[in-house]
Design a protein around this ligand. Structure first.
Ligand SMILES: *Cc1c(COP(=O)(O)O)cnc(C)c1O
Length: 384
């Protein structure tokens, strides 16, 4: 008998999603607008708890694209972006014909390094162009150094686009991630902490900005009985069906955070006595991570094994794991853009691995993980 696969992070339904979707069918709101869209936005606004306004969109990537437009980014502008992230953080910079300037991470949160960020800003200004925006990411649910990054952004008067795609349910000093940017974005893709099967949101403290995002996401129709357009529009609004899934998922978001954090506790306990392996943790009690993905780094000279040894071993046992994000400045598509920093992000990529973290993993899954890991550390010889 082949064993079922243990996934890194798979969709986890709460139960009421189908009720909201059925309501949409029953009332024929099968469109990119309707009561579920409004309801989902309201649920998110209440959850984020900071007088924010939310525009539900078709993806997190769409939200970043509109966010950059709302921050005034145009062709040939420069945008500072965390290098250690998923490509969706950076691709919208290229959609606009702007130039990404990549920034290294620091070791505590694995996110934007304040020193490298400030060095980049000074150098870009000295070279004649002040960057238009800073994209900071809360990777794997870990808040970036909010106070330090915001202080720099304020000093140079550059707005922050907060990529909170992985950090719904995380917080910093008691305030939710998704509320710290001049604009912020969320994602509800299938692998995120909650899913709408595919979706995202733009978060703003300004109702006018939200309205503008909705306007742009629905083809930028001017107020006229016929179709009249004086701006470029996009088809980026969330559908009422997807939003119905989202409303059901909001009922279980807190529980998902608890369960993801439980997976993190499991790994912390398991790896406590394993030399050369560290589990990625909050640097202080100011930080509260949803631990969307639990991650470890393996120092091969101490552990005697590489992260690739472990990844391949788990794969043989039908357990999915994945290297940490490959930094953008090392990606072929972004190789020719400026980069500021050293090798922090690169080393994390070389040594890091994300482990199964889903909120739907069971005690039986954890037992199987433990037995497989024991097997790897006690018996296996390096497969590389
Ligand atoms: C998932 C993700 C996105 C993009 O969200 P989509 O909804 O998949 O378009 C952006 N940034 C980060 C860091 C992500 O993990």
């Amino acid at each position: 008998m082949t064993q079922s696969k243990i996934w890194l992070s798979s969709p986890h339904m709460g139960g009421n999603e189908q009720k909201f979707v059925k309501e949409a069918f029953d009332t024929n709101w099968v469109a990119p607008l309707g009561p579920n869209v409004n309801g989902f936005e309201q649920d998110l606004e209440i959850f984020l708890n900071d007088n924010v306004h939310v525009a539900a969109l078709s993806s997190g990537t769409a939200a970043i694209h509109l966010g950059l437009i709302l921050l005034g980014v145009q062709a040939d502008d420069e945008v500072l972006c965390q290098s250690f992230t998923f490509s969706a953080s950076a691709n919208p910079i290229l959609y606009l014909g702007a130039t990404p300037v990549f920034i290294d991470s620091e070791k505590d949160t694995w996110n934007l390094c304040p020193d490298a960020l400030e060095e980049a800003i000074k150098d870009r200004i000295a070279k004649g162009k002040k960057p238009k925006a800073i994209i900071g990411v809360h990777l794997y649910g870990m808040p970036f150094k909010i106070d330090e990054i915001r202080a720099i952004a304020q000093r140079y008067e550059i707005p922050i686009l907060e990529d909170s795609a992985e950090a719904l349910g995380s917080s910093y000093k008691g305030k939710r991630c998704g509320t710290f940017g001049d604009l912020s974005i969320l994602s509800f893709n299938g692998n995120k902490i909650i899913t709408t099967s595919g979706g995202g949101a733009l978060v703003s403290h300004s109702l006018a900005k939200k309205d503008k995002a909705v306007f742009l996401s629905t083809q930028a129709r001017d107020n006229a009985p016929h179709y009249q357009h004086s701006e470029i529009g996009y088809n980026y609004r969330m559908s009422n069906i997807c939003a119905g899934i989202g409303r059901g998922q909001m009922e279980v978001l807190e529980e998902h955070v608890t369960l993801r954090r439980k997976m993190h506790d499991f790994y912390q306990a398991y790896f406590a006595d394993k030399k050369g392996i560290s589990v990625f943790m909050e640097p202080s009690s100011d930080y509260y991570s949803n631990h969307w993905l639990s991650s470890i780094t393996i120092n091969p000279t101490i552990a005697g094994k590489t992260r690739e040894d472990l990844r391949l071993f788990l794969e043989q046992h039908h357990i999915e794991s994945r290297p940490l994000w490959k930094p953008m400045h090392l990606q072929p598509i972004f190789a020719n853009y400026p980069y500021y920093g050293t090798t922090i992000a690169e080393t994390l990529f070389d040594e890091g691995l994300c482990l199964p973290s889903g909120s739907n993993l069971s005690d039986a899954d954890r037992l199987r993980l433990k037995i497989t890991l024991d097997d790897f550390f006690n018996n296996s010889i390096s497969v590389n």
